[in-house]
Design a protein around this ligand. Structure first.
Ligand SMILES: C[S@@+](CC[C@H](N)C(=O)[O-])C[C@H]1O[C@@H](n2cnc3c(N)ncnc32)[C@H](O)[C@@H]1O
Length: 225
């Protein structure tokens, strides 16, 4: 920084963070082609791709959260001041960068991300490093159902952004670790299985939940149990 440059007012205005988010957004320009190719490849298979096969087919797709969803994640983490944020589905790390940027501005906290595809996890780690946010994030490689079973404390904020059919199994696995008042943010509302929405919106499971008009749509569920 030169002697005349004012410090960034928050980490999303930090040029190093902005450059990483811009690179991820640029690579996301090809996502539709990659996903179309993935569907075309899988169409000939006798059975649906497994989550790992789907991750392999989408290895070159960033599939990042929409910019306004990223800003919402940053705002939420600044407001809540969580000790622990957990993320299902890290990909190249756009959401993780927003979450870690907020943790850096809070001066405390850790985000634990999870990514099935090792190459994508490596890219996310490199992105966090380049953004200067590595100390606020840990990326676990492998199936979130296994990788997130062991956590250092209660979850204050949870982002669900992996394959949609796994939102409910992942949420059920992590439910005992959610603190009372934890915020669960589920991205891509139009793609979510009905049983997931019945779970968080029904009266039995212990959430106060509603949709937010951000990006394609987000479900925000507050843990009340
Ligand atoms: C929509 S992308 C995540 C985008 C990311 N949150 C961002 O904003 O950049 C979904 C990712 O979830 C990963 N994924 C799918 N199933 C998974 C699983 N069981 N465990 C961990 N990651 C998984 C996929 O490999 C893919 O990279």
């Amino acid at each position: 920084m030169s002697a005349h440059t004012a410090p960034a007012p928050h980490s999303l205005a930090d040029p190093a963070v902005g450059a990483v988010l811009a690179d991820i957004a640029a690579s996301a320009e090809h996502d539709e082609d990659v996903v179309r190719q993935a569907y075309a490849t899988a169409a000939g298979w006798a059975e649906q791709p497994t989550p790992l096969q789907a991750a392999e087919l989408c290895a070159r797709a960033a599939l990042p959260v929409a910019p306004e969803v990223g800003r919402f994640l940053y705002q939420l983490v600044r407001a809540v001041r969580p000790a622990l944020v957990v993320e299902f589905g890290t990909s190249f790390g756009a959401s993780t960068v927003h979450l870690a940027a907020a943790l850096r501005d809070n001066g405390t906290g850790l985000v634990i991300g999870s990514e099935l595809h090792p190459g994508k996890a490596a890219r996310a780690r490199a992105n966090l490093e380049r953004a200067g946010l590595a100390e606020y994030a840990e990326i676990r490689v492998g199936d979130a159902l296994e990788q997130l079973a062991d956590l250092p404390g209660p979850i204050d904020v949870l982002l669900l952004d992996g394959w949609k059919e796994l939102y409910l199994p992942v949420l059920r696995t992590l439910e005992p670790a959610l603190r009372d008042g934890a915020a669960v943010v589920s991205d891509n509302l139009p793609m979510l299985p009905p049983e997931f929405l019945e779970h968080v919106r029904g009266s039995a499971a212990g959430y106060l939940s509603q949709p937010l008009a951000l990006g394609e749509g987000v479900e925000l569920s507050l843990r009340t149990a």
